[in-house]
Design a protein around this ligand. Structure first.
Ligand code: PLP
Length: 361
């Protein structure tokens, strides 16, 4: 088996895949696969509710928040957030720190006025101090992306908003650290990194933000309807939700999000240490205080493409795959989601060190 360092869809815990394999054809005593069950039947609804209960426990989600499984991916949520929350004042604050928040802001401009909180950056490599942010006093919400998957920029703080609802895209670092949900109005995360297979987006929304969608909001993107119907208003991706439930249980067995945080620090430090001690053979452009624990982009010899190609080729021959950087930034990107083990990350770090020793000038 290879070590999969993909940014998403990403590696899943082997234990979960094995469980799913065992149950693929006959789930419990049902005599059928989860894929074949009615989404209105007791057996499916039970695993649907258990998945919600487990994530509620893992993240300590208070009773005045709803947990939803939505479709349309992270990108669908860019639009859903606006249609459900922007109608109040027609304005929203967007903190653009990377390609995904940039895309979200562009989408939002279709539905209302977007206030760009920080100056437009030519490269996404840092997060300006909150004292320099320019908030719109009329904003319906403040939007940011906690971890920019492409650029490797991760917040190490939760923004202050003076009571304005805080909306956060946690697609690529959800369930990798504990955080105080009460600081947020809405959080969403596409499943295909830390949560499970591609196909659902986890949404956690405070109840008081429900009830005022724009009239154009499609039913499947309407948080109020989805909350009322426990995310089974229409047919949900039942099999995906079943696998996601298994991933939540796996996290719980492994010690919860505290254990995920501890591992994430160890894994990312192993890679950053090699980068930092390589005399600029490897370089990560991101400022030290916002380097991602999940996605580590780096260049070799200032972006020597032949050298980077050789690195990828050798890594692949050793079973380390999907390390190529996003096409918009180039270079290498190591994604270290929850299912990537400390051993996996150390194997990569050792290879990076050996490659450096061999090719340094
Ligand atoms: N937000 C972040 C942080 C992402 O990493 C991604 C995809 O990788 C998205 C949003 C978009 O998700 P989707 O491809 O499911 O639309």
């Amino acid at each position: 088996m290879v070590i999969n360092f993909a940014a998403g869809p990403a590696k899943l815990p082997e234990e979960v895949l094995e469980e799913v394999q065992k149950e693929l054809i006959h789930y419990g005593n049902s005599g059928m696969s989860v894929m074949e069950m009615s989404h209105r039947g007791a057996q499916y609804l039970s695993l649907h509710d258990v998945a919600i209960k487990t994530v509620t426990e893992l993240l300590n989600i208070p009773a005045n928040y709803k947990v939803l499984f939505m479709q349309g991916g992270g990108t669908g949520l860019f639009a859903a957030v606006c249609m459900n929350l922007m109608g109040k004042t027609g304005v929203a604050d967007y903190v653009v720190t990377g390609s995904w928040s940039s895309k979200a802001a562009k989408e939002a401009a279709k539905y209302g006025k977007v206030n760009m909180v920080i100056p437009k950056a030519s490269k996404f490599v840092n997060i300006p101090d909150q004292k320099e942010w320019k908030l719109d006093p009329n904003a319906s919400y403040l939007y940011y992306c906690d971890n920019e998957t492409v650029d490797g920029v991760e917040f190490n703080f939760i923004p202050e908003t003076n009571g304005v609802p805080l909306v956060c895209d946690m697609s690529s670092n959800m369930l990798s650290r504990p955080f105080d949900i009460k600081r947020f109005g809405l959080i969403f995360a596409g499943a295909q990194k830390n949560i499970g297979p591609a196909g659902i987006t986890l949404v956690i929304v405070r109840e008081d933000l429900l009830g005022s969608p724009m009239s154009i909001t499609p039913t499947v993107l309407d948080f109020t309807i989805m909350a009322k119907d426990n995310s089974v208003h229409n047919t949900p991706p039942t099999f995906i939700i079943y696998v996601v439930g298994r991933v939540f249980e796996w996290i719980k067995r492994k010690g919860g999000v505290d254990a995920m945080l501890k591992a994430a620090i160890t894994k990312s430090q192993a890679i950053y240490n090699v980068i930092n001690e390589s005399n600029d053979f490897y370089t990560c452009p991101v400022a030290l205080d916002c380097r991602s624990r999940m996605n580590i982009p780096f260049r070799i010899c200032n972006g020597d493409e032949a050298m980077e190609k050789e690195f990828l080729k050798q890594a692949e021959s050793l079973g380390m795959v999907q390390l190529k950087g996003h096409r918009s930034v180039g270079g290498i990107r190591a994604s270290l989601y929850n299912a990537v083990t400390v051993d996996n990350a150390q194997t990569l770090a050792k290879f990076m060190l050996a490659f450096y020793e061999k090719h340094k000038k």
